[in-house]
Design a protein around this ligand. Structure first.
Ligand SMILES: N[C@@H](CCC(=O)N[C@@H](CS)C(=O)NCC(=O)O)C(=O)O
Length: 285
């Protein structure tokens, strides 16, 4: 096919079939079926809370929350964090699937309850920890509703950022204008939603940091501060000044600095902490 010839239009078959090797990044871990692919025992540490995760934005939500709880002096939030290498398919191991039937990090097991409590979905984990320890989720009914509204907003919105925009702009084997236009428009709209709210408020709900900020910062903070998907210029992130101010304030918190390192096995050595079992694990040397 010459450069000027249009690619033939895709005509979907009557019944979709799984054809491996689409060429996209992460194509090797995508499957149209759920369930475990192999038997694998998970390690268990000494703390009641066992976290199986990775320092992606969804994983960082939870490690930031745990470190913020510890920063408040809540010792019951001590945890063991084990790394789950999703590139190698660890999320399809039998023990992991028993904790998260959806085979995605983060997954939490609380062994302090009469029978072990499994929690999956980062938003559910944040609510579980907030309720268990009575922190970062307002008790006033109106503020609580506002907090949960922003938390659920994040859970529903970020897949358009990661799975939609990020996938087609950065990971798909070819650049296609239709999906890039569609998801760039949506991501810019989402950034504007945040920017307008943060023009009026220090944090998403008001003057206090909540689980809504902890869920939203790892994704949208990465967009405005860390050039995720190499798209800072393309999305003109500099124009969302309130989001930048908010993300910078959150990122400067010591607990957030620690939470970002947990279950990280890439990047500069000083930023990595593949496993976390004690508050001293962060100490240099
Ligand atoms: N809605 C889920 C999304 C979790 C998610 O997408 N996790 C990704 C990493 S950020 C994952 O484990 N992917 C592995 C896979 O899809 O096989 C949550 O918020 O917990």
């Amino acid at each position: 096919m010459s450069d000027t010839e249009a690619a033939p239009e895709y005509v979907p078959p009557k019944v979709w079939k799984w054809e491996q090797g689409s060429g996209g990044r992460f194509a090797n871990i995508n499957r149209p079926i759920a369930g475990a692919t192999h038997d694998k025992t998970l390690p268990v540490g000494e703390h009641p809370l066992q976290l199986y995760s990775l320092a992606t934005p969804n994983g960082v939500k939870v490690t930031v929350m745990l470190e913020e709880l510890l920063e408040l002096g809540i010792d019951g939030a001590e945890y063991d964090a084990w790394i789950v290498n999703i590139g190698e398919g660890n999320q399809f191991g039998s023990d992991f699937v028993a904790i998260n039937p959806n085979s995605k990090i983060p997954a939490l097991l609380d062994r302090s309850t009469p029978r072990p409590t499994r929690v999956f979905e980062s938003g559910a984990i944040l609510v579980y920890l907030a309720e268990k320890f009575g922190a970062f989720l307002p008790t006033d009914p109106s503020d609580r509703a506002e907090c949960l509204s922003w938390l659920f907003w994040q859970m529903g919105s970020a897949p358009y950022l990661g799975g939609g925009f990020g996938h087609f702009y950065a990971y798909a084997p070819t650049k296609m204008q239709y999906p890039i236009d569609r998801f760039a428009m949506e991501v810019k709209r989402q950034l504007d939603v945040l920017d307008r709210n943060l023009a009026e408020r220090r944090f998403l709900v008001g003057d206090e940091l909540t689980i809504a900020d902890m869920a939203t910062y790892p994704w949208y903070g990465a967009v405005v501060l860390h050039n995720i998907y190499d798209a800072a210029v393309f999305l003109d992130v500099a124009s969302y000044s309130n989001v930048i101010r908010w993300a910078r304030e959150i990122e400067a918190r010591p607990a957030v600095q620690r939470g970002r390192r947990v279950n990280k096995s890439w990047g500069p050595e000083a930023e990595r902490l593949p496993e976390r079992h004690s508050r001293h694990d962060f100490d240099p040397g």
